[in-house]
Design a protein around this ligand. Structure first.
Ligand SMILES: [Zn+2]
Length: 281
């Protein structure tokens, strides 16, 4: 399997993968969505009763939204996650009690009138764990309303809840291949890809060319219904263009590295599982 990264930013990755099959690429897609972990807020504790500021003014612990809705909105905030530093709580050395290796605690302390944003969540301890997407609105507070919240984030996987799914957009398309069907036509100009004389087909190479595949597709559509069409388009089932984005909790590079290692480990486990079958037979 050959993998060639075409575009890589903090939150987006596009790559070409060659010499594999649709089931392997689809498995990678499913792992990226459901198995790559991230930290997310899992428990929210609301202060009940009056809240006072430094000047002695009193506020109500209330807002326009139910506490459950605020909790849900907080859970969806992308929490910065370095997968090398965090571990799952149930396998952590603290045995589930909660420690800096498996738990982040955020404090949110806001008094109205104002809008509460994700950036108002302050981590206890490590300031590098501040929320990067600061302007996600959580709730609006009116005069005399206030929120004092302790929120606990832990590591989880997307297969358990969408809040633990760092990879958002994720998909692949078959690499396009154009074939010339009109035998009388001269070799088309090398606009869309490489003209392969042996197979009498167009092979579109590289991501830049794959953008042209849209043009090619248009070309095919233009030919549709004609008695003597010039092109037909099909997808190669051994070469794919894969694109995914993350919500910013982890980088696209970390997500891909984790997924590829996970995939490789799964195959290794499977290989070990079936290694004894011959002996038993
Ligand atoms: Zn721990």
């Amino acid at each position: 399997m050959k993998l060639q990264v075409k575009e890589l930013t903090d939150t987006r990755c596009s790559f070409m993968v060659e010499g594999t099959t649709p089931d392997v690429v689809n498995t990678l897609r499913r792992i990226l969505i459901s198995e790559v972990p991230k930290m997310a807020i899992d428990e929210v504790e609301f202060h009940m009763g009056p809240i006072r500021d430094e000047s002695g003014n009193e506020y109500d612990s209330s807002s326009a939204l139910f506490d459950e809705m605020i909790s849900h909105r907080l859970a969806m905030v992308p929490v910065p996650t370095d997968l090398k530093n965090f571990t799952f709580r149930d396998t952590c050395e603290c045995e589930g009690a909660g420690c800096p290796h498996c738990t982040i605690i955020y404090v949110l302390n806001k008094k109205g009138p104002c809008t509460v944003y994700s950036g108002d969540l302050q981590p206890l301890g490590d300031v590098t764990l501040r929320i990067k997407e600061e302007l996600i609105p959580i709730v609006k507070l009116k005069e005399k309303q206030a929120l004092l919240i302790y929120a606990t984030a832990i590591l989880g996987r997307g297969k358990d809840h969408a809040k633990w799914q760092p990879v958002t957009i994720c998909g692949y398309k078959y690499h396009p291949k154009l074939s010339l069907t009109n035998k009388d036509q001269k070799d088309p100009e090398n606009t869309y890809g490489i003209w392969d004389h042996e197979s009498k087909s167009f092979i579109v190479e590289g991501l830049d060319r794959s953008e042209l595949c849209h043009v090619c597709r248009q070309n095919v559509e233009n030919n549709e219904g004609m008695e003597d069409p010039k092109f037909e388009l099909c997808g190669r089932d051994d070469k794919f263009i894969f694109t995914f984005e993350t919500d910013g909790a982890i980088t696209a590079k970390d997500a891909l590295e984790y997924a590829l290692e996970y995939l490789s480990n799964k195959y290794e486990e499977f290989r070990e599982d079936i290694s004894g079958i011959d002996e038993k037979a």
